[in-house]
Write a protein that binds this ligand. Structure first.
Ligand code: GMT
Length: 377
């Protein structure tokens, strides 16, 4: 198949899923054309089946804002026409689904034989749960869903939320996030961990883009309770609007030495390999790819019981779930785990076993089967 993929190229789960999907499809012999405003950050190595098309930026004195949705649509139409794409798979509805529909209209208007190209939209999260429902965007999001030839959501939760909030006319297929468990596995780092923590200290990690919905201060507050009983270290990986307040809170609590703000990092597997536990207190999470990555590296997760998280984090089986904001319970579970090595080891293994159920090869085959279905319709 010849597939166009559009995603946000910067840090973020939807871009990671889109890029890893493209790479896996290319390895299976499909030809992949990424269409975006920058090279997706996980696309580092050359692959003979992968092409990248950068969307043009148009500068004109009248434009205060570059009309990206339109330049993206034009680029999509050109790539579909020249490269004879079978389908355009867009990740994150805003504005990618709208642009794909416009691209198809452009091809129809030009009576291009490629006007038959199929559009698949994958809904990832806040395109439905947060920004997507704003009145200034919701109509366009619904149109994007209804006019796509196929729509997937990354969890049962997100599918139901889309049905409840948008009442779409189009069926939604659930295809979850996935993980390459051969890559995301615990590495042995005897020389690295001592630089972060003493032998008897625990290492707790949080990875996100530090947006308000990630509830970064909950991480610091829960850590504070844990650290009072068992001296520990907290690694905060990522960056975003909540960083300054969380830095302030850590200093106020006297934790400046124990909380390390590492900023955006690419060596996620290395960092997960020295971690004992991940905290994910998000108030909304359609799937929670960072949790799956942690579990694949044998790091159990204590998460908020929201969104798609309970679909793969099973309370007391492979991790823990708490009510949003319940930092005391988070700390209580962490401490009980750290005080019982046998239980800790069992949980680590269960977390890893769950990740294996979301192996890339399995889920990519589900995408391929879905593509076949949509193309032959
Ligand atoms: O929806 C977002 O906030 C952005 C998106 C991203 O690009 O980072 O994240 C979502 O997509 C991921 C991949 O499917 C999911 O694992 C994340 O749970 C989801 N984020 C939220 O729902 C907050």
């Amino acid at each position: 198949m010849k597939i166009g993929i559009t995603c946000y190229p910067t840090y973020g789960g939807s871009g990671v899923v889109a890029t890893e999907l493209g790479k896996a499809l290319a390895q299976k012999g499909h030809t992949i054309h990424f269409i975006s405003y920058a090279l997706p950050f996980r696309l580092k190595e050359f692959s003979q089946n992968i092409y990248y098309h950068e969307v043009d930026t148009v500068n004109y004195p009248l434009f205060e804002f570059t009309p990206y949705s339109i330049t993206l649509a034009s680029k999509m139409a050109q790539v579909v026409s020249y490269e004879k794409l079978d389908l355009l798979h867009v990740h994150y509805a805003i504005p990618h689904a709208t642009s794909a529909i416009l691209a198809k209209d452009i091809l129809s208007d030009q009576n291009d034989p490629m006007k038959r190209v199929k559009i698949i939209t994958t809904l990832h999260g806040t395109d439905i749960t947060l920004v997507g429902t704003e009145p200034s965007l919701s109509g366009a999001v619904r149109l994007g869903i209804n006019k796509s030839d196929g729509v997937t959501a990354v969890s049962e939760y997100l599918k139901q939320k889309t049905i409840d909030d948008f009442k779409p006319t189009r069926e939604i297929e659930v295809i979850p996030n996935f993980i390459n468990t051969s890559e995301f596995k615990r590495k042995n780092y005897p020389q690295f961990r001592p630089a972060i923590a003493k032998p008897d200290e625990k290492v707790i990690i949080h990875i996100s883009n530090f947006r308000p919905l990630k509830r970064l201060k909950d991480v610091v507050n829960a850590f504070n309770i844990i650290n009072e009983k068992i001296p520990s270290r907290l690694l905060l990986v990522g960056d975003g609007p909540e960083r300054t307040e969380a830095e302030h809170l850590s200093r106020e609590l006297g934790l400046a030495e124990r909380v390390k703000f590492l900023g955006k990092q690419e060596a996620v597997i290395d960092l997960l390999s020295i971690a004992d536990l991940m905290l994910m207190p998000s108030e909304s999470e359609s799937f929670g790819l960072a949790a799956l990555e942690a579990m694949s590296c044998g790091v159990p997760v204590i998460a908020a019981d929201v969104g798609g998280l309970p679909e793969f984090i099973k309370h007391e089986e492979n991790g823990y779930l708490v009510q949003v904001g319940d930092t005391e319970k988070m700390a209580e579970y962490a401490l009980s785990l750290f005080q019982n090595q046998t239980r800790f080891d069992t949980l680590r293994q269960s977390a890893r076993n769950t990740a294996v159920e979301y192996e890339t090869s399995e889920i990519v085959t589900r995408y391929e089967n879905y593509y076949d279905r949509i193309i032959s319709n």
